[in-house]
Design a protein around this ligand. Structure first.
Ligand code: ADP
Ligand code: MG
Length: 146
């Protein structure tokens, strides 16, 4: 388990860029934390470092944004699925293809609000928790499961 502290939005985004360097294909990464904690900010850094083309809109309403990575072939990551389960449940997400995204051998899944999918979450994943300690201070816990 790794714990980080950040003191600005930019620092959180930079942490996202650094964490992306360690990602391998077929990884599910979950993001927990209250509204305004910094989930989207961290994910923007990740998407940037993976080579996804901006803009990086929130998937809150569309449920999933898929990015194709033309240049990021060295590690074998070709697709990023950025999903948000806030408005739906496990049944809807299964129907959308959530488990197939997780099985994509050239894909990375970034999932906000994993609590909503507790029954179907694959046990092998990276969990990231963002906690607000002060207006500009965040504690970010990164934990590999299984
Ligand atoms: P979430 O997606 O979790 O709802 P966002 O990333 O959209 O959160 O928003 C985080 C908000 O908190 C932004 O308004 C940002 O400017 C502010 N903020 C303040 N300090 C930090 C920090 N250390 N890391 C990330 N965001 C921060
Ligand atoms: Mg968000």
């Amino acid at each position: 388990m790794m714990i980080y502290h950040t003191h600005s939005k930019e620092e959180t985004r930079a942490l996202g860029r650094a964490l992306a360097q360690e990602f391998l294909p077929k990884t599910l990464v979950t993001f927990s934390g209250d509204l305004g904690a910094g989930k989207t900010t961290l994910i923007q850094g990740l998407l940037e470092a993976l080579g996804a083309r901006p803009p990086y809109p929130s998937p809150t309403f569309v449920l999933m944004n898929e990015y194709r990575l033309p240049s990021n072939t060295e590690k074998g990551i070709e697709r990023v699925y950025h999903a948000d389960a806030y408005r739906v449940g496990a049944t809807d997400f299964e129907r959308l293809g959530f488990l197939e995204w997780c099985e994509d051998s050239a894909g990375i899944v970034l999932l906000e609000w994993p609590e909503r999918l507790a029954e179907i979450l694959p046990p092998r994943r990276m969990d990231i928790l963002i906690e607000t300690l002060a207006e500009n201070e965040r504690k970010i816990t990164v934990q590999q499961r299984d």
